[in-house]
Write a protein that binds this ligand. Structure first.
Ligand SMILES: [Zn+2]
Length: 412
């Protein structure tokens, strides 16, 4: 099914990858391409309540893409907007509100109707095909290091609404397409080493946990006002009755538009700029991160109860881990639920039915193959080790801020 992945695994080095916490695009990709941890990066997700939306100025000085001795082609890397001046060429990736590249005239060489990110499934596939074609063309030029972040499986995981089987089919299609791309690279054989890694894994979560509800049930914190709660309950009761008669995507659209306060919050934030919470009078809130994670910010009187909340959550059967950062703009608690549970701010009521919950996991993938890579297999390697190892391949000493080690994958 995916023979070229298999070829790389059989003839190279492979391992699971321990990814960043939280395991999502930001902080993950900037950490992978700078060797920093989340604390050093200073962003635990896309939006920082004080500093605003993540952009390339946060990390560009520490990015391996900025190394002057290497001529680099960087395509579609999340967090590279706006594209900055490097020794080479860059086209910004995920999170780009608009097209951005360096040097500016690079745009003239791109296909017409270049898509930054596809909005629907056919566009997502088209985007992949366009970028892949460009990347293969660039491989024939004299770059030292070429980087391409392929969004396909992740984009499908976020966009496909349907049965488990349907989602699985799309994910398989994504891997098949990537495998064909790898096939072309292997066949053309104009590279020294090929390294493949992901910022997270993907899986079906079997259970849904409404985290604010859990906090309310435990008597720790209270969120909704009574009116919103009553309205939502009425809708959910009604939904249960009409659900069998209406197509899931229609009802989902309706629900998201009128009842999903999380999505609405995001929209309001977008409209108002980046005001994550009301700064004048901050209220305690839960921020949903991907999959089994969420962030809890405590304000006002709730802060006095931080020890009680911590203790109660550590003892809770749904909670696997609580991570605390003592850093401004970071949450008081980063909550990691047990592996089965996806964390939501909505009643499971709605989500658990016909739509399967497919989302990120903390286990990524690492594969390496080529002239300087020895054959081998490791159970788990750390994301912080990738940047120093890439530098080692070019004989570049790792900077002090990289805490990771050079992986034992290089042949002498
Ligand atoms: Zn994702």
């Amino acid at each position: 099914m995916i023979p070229n992945f298999q070829k790389i695994i059989d003839n190279g080095f492979s391992s699971h990858l321990k990814v960043t916490v939280p395991h999502q695009t930001i902080p993950s990709w900037p950490c992978l391409f700078s060797g920093q941890d989340v604390d050093q990066l200073g962003y635990y997700t896309f939006i920082h309540p004080i500093k605003g939306i993540f952009n390339s100025s946060v990390w560009k000085d520490r990015s391996i893409l900025s190394i002057p001795n290497l001529k680099i082609f960087a395509l579609n890397i999340p967090g590279t907007y706006p594209a900055w001046k490097i020794n080479g060429e860059m086209i910004a990736g995920i999170l780009s509100p608009s097209f951005s590249c360096f040097p500016k005239d690079l745009k003239e060489n791109l296909e017409e109707n270049w898509i930054v990110e596809g909005k629907n499934l056919p566009e997502i596939i088209k985007t992949f095909e366009m970028k892949t074609k460009l990347f293969l063309r660039k491989m024939k030029e004299d770059f030292d290091l070429l980087v391409y972040v392929i969004r396909l499986p992740d984009a499908f995981s976020h966009k496909v609404i349907g049965s488990e089987k349907m989602i699985s089919n799309y994910i398989q299609l994504a891997y098949k397409k990537i495998d064909e791309f790898l096939g072309v690279i292997i066949k053309e054989n104009n590279f020294d080493n090929l390294i493949i890694f992901s910022d997270h894994g993907l899986k079906f979560y079997t259970k849904v946990l409404n985290f604010p509800r859990l906090l309310e049930k435990k008597g720790l914190l209270y969120f909704d006002n009574v009116r919103t709660k009553r309205l939502r309950n009425i809708f959910l009761k009604l939904y249960d009755v009409i659900r069998p008669f209406i197509k899931i995507h229609i009802i989902k659209k309706f629900y998201i538009k009128y009842f999903n306060y999380e999505k609405r919050e995001t929209q309001i934030k977008k409209d108002k700029g980046i005001d994550l919470d009301n700064i004048d009078k901050p209220r305690t809130f839960v921020q949903k991160l991907t999959s089994n994670m969420g962030a809890l910010f405590l304000y006002g009187n709730d802060r006095n109860r931080i020890d009680i909340i911590r203790k109660s959550l550590w003892n809770d059967k749904y909670v696997k881990e609580i991570i605390e950062y003592n850093k401004s703009g970071f949450p008081d608690f980063l909550i990691v639920l047990n592996d089965k549970y996806i964390l939501t701010k909505e009643p499971s009521f709605f989500i658990k039915r016909r739509t399967e919950v497919y989302s990120h996991t903390n286990k990524g993938l690492f594969l390496a193959f080529g002239k300087n890579i020895k054959k081998g297999r490791e159970e788990l390697i750390n994301y912080q080790d990738i940047a120093p190892t890439i530098l080692k391949l070019y004989g570049i000493k790792k900077p002090d801020y990289m805490k990771g080690k050079i992986l034992d994958i290089l042949s002498q």
